[in-house]
Design a protein around this ligand. Structure first.
Ligand SMILES: [Zn+2]
Length: 138
C-alpha cells in the first residue's frame, strides 16, 4: 500500500518490548500480546499482563478483522506528518478477538466512517524500516 503521508513520520522506538509487533507488521501480520497465565489478549504491549500481572507472555496472530469502536476526524494534527488536506481518521478498533487497538482508518472518506463499521487490517509501508498497522473498510 502506498503511504498517504507526505512528510516524515515519527519513527517508533525499536525497544525490545515492541520489536516483535513491528517485525510482524513488516511481514504484514498483526500480532497482539497474550498472557499464558490467564489467556488475556491485550494492547498496548507491556512487560506484565494488565489482568493478572504475569510475566509469562507471548504473541498471538490476529485475524485482522474488527469493528470501529470509536473514532474522531482529526482535521488539525498535532504532528505535521499526519496532516493532509482532508485530515485523517484516528480510531479505536475492536478486534474480533477482543482487544482494542488505536489506529487509522483508510480507504474511505472520513464522513463515511461510523461506529461499528467492519474493518480489516492493512499495512502502510512508511519506510523500509517501519510498517504501520492501519485498517480499511471491510
Ligand atoms: Zn494474565
Amino acid at each position: 500500500m502506498t503511504s498517504a503521508y507526505d512528510k516524515p513520520i515519527p519513527i517508533p522506538a525499536n525497544e525490545q518490548l515492541t520489536k516483535p509487533f513491528w517485525e510482524a507488521a513488516k511481514r504484514k501480520e498483526l500480532i497482539i500480546p497474550y498472557c499464558n497465565s490467564c489467556s488475556n489478549l491485550f494492547f498496548y504491549p507491556r512487560e506484565v499482563c494488565p489482568n493478572c500481572f504475569s510475566k509469562d507472555l507471548t504473541w498471538k496472530k490476529m485475524s485482522g478483522n474488527g469493528r470501529v469502536y470509536s473514532y474522531t476526524h482529526v482535521r488539525q494534527s498535532v504532528h505535521p506528518s499526519f496532516q493532509s488536506s482532508h485530515g485523517h481518521i484516528y480510531a479505536i478498533v475492536e478486534l474480533d478477538e477482543g482487544p482494542k487497538i488505536p489506529s487509522g482508518i483508510v480507504g474511505c472518506k472520513p464522513e463515511d466512517v461510523y461506529v461499528d463499521m467492519p474493518v480489516f487490517v492493512a499495512f502502510d509501508e512508511v519506510t523500509e524500516e517501519v510498517t504501520l498497522v492501519i485498517f480499511q473498510k471491510a
